[in-house]
Design a binder for this molecule. Structure first.
Ligand SMILES: Cc1cc2nc3c(=O)[nH]c(=O)nc-3n(C[C@H](O)[C@H](O)[C@H](O)COP(=O)(O)O)c2cc1C
Length: 245
């Protein structure tokens, strides 16, 4: 009997400390943004807590600590709901209400990068305006999502790390825009994703989380696993974990 009560207390504590994926309190009324493929989602929405937009390490200290960690993470512990909320806001959240302006700059105002959130609990897409996660599927796709790369650059740690953020670009959004005679769609889109990724790297440095930004993933496999619409492409990912204790 004592054992059952003890197990129940432990389960309760786990839920309390990792409540990221509890169902939305608002009945999932949040609408998806932009041209993202809402029809392919489950319809369930997880409202994130209000992000804490003060505090953290001073910028110069975070820059001093920024580094890549390729696996060798500590035990895979899910981020708390508040940490994930803060992380996604830092990545590309709304920091000025007027005009839906974001923490990361975006060329020509395209705002054409979606952040997909991959954890052991499932696959989600971040919707910045309501600051919520749209549930795509509650399945652990970490091992089948193409994030581990291939060949010499197989990086298995992505299949067990607690979290990967995948920056998926709408490559058609630039609409063939040219600048000084050159098609700048792809280069400026990569710059948009990199701006978000750098915000994430600095947040991780500030928060004491281990992370690595990677391009050597398998975009075709990601497209299949995430059921991406045509014209959307995974271009970078940040895998995040804990440093060994
Ligand atoms: C655009 C970009 C793509 C990267 N892709 C990978 C990758 O696929 N695999 C990897 O192990 N590191 C990747 N990195 C990380 C770099 O290898 C790393 O930043 C570099 O070795 C310097 O180390 P530091 O980040 O610790 O300063 C990438 C970095 C950038 C900016």
């Amino acid at each position: 009997m004592k054992k059952i009560i003890f197990a129940g207390v432990i389960a309760g504590l786990v839920l309390l400390t990792n409540p990221v994926f509890s169902p939305a309190q608002d009945g999932g009324a949040v609408k998806p943004s932009g041209k993202t493929p809402a029809a392919k989602w489950s319809g369930e929405v997880i409202k994130l807590p209000t992000p804490q937009t003060t505090g953290g390490k001073p910028l110069m200290e975070a820059l001093q600590l920024r580094q890549s960690t390729r696996g060798g993470f500590g035990p895979a512990v899910n981020l708390t709901q508040q940490q994930l909320s803060n992380l996604l806001w830092a990545a590309n959240g709304v920091n000025r209400e007027r005009g839906n302006m974001r923490t990361a700059p975006t060329a020509a105002g395209w705002n054409n990068i979606d952040i997909y959130v991959v954890t052991s609990d499932g696959l989600f897409i971040y919707d910045a305006v309501p600051h919520a996660l749209n549930v795509i599927k509650k399945e652990d796709v970490r091992a089948t999502s193409g994030l581990e790369g291939a060949g010499m650059m197989k990086q298995d740690f992505a299949t067990t790390a607690p979290l990967s953020l995948v920056y998926v670009a709408d490559m058609e959004r630039p609409g063939g825009m040219r600048w000084e005679g050159e098609d700048v769609g792809a280069t400026w889109t990569y710059a948009n994703a990199a701006s978000i990724a750098q915000n994430v790297s600095l947040f991780c440095a500030s928060e004491g989380l281990a992370c690595i930004l990677r391009a050597m993933i398998d975009p075709a496999q990601v497209a299949k696993s995430f059921n991406l619409p045509s014209g959307h492409r995974a271009i970078l990912t940040t895998t995040i974990g804990q440093f060994p204790q």
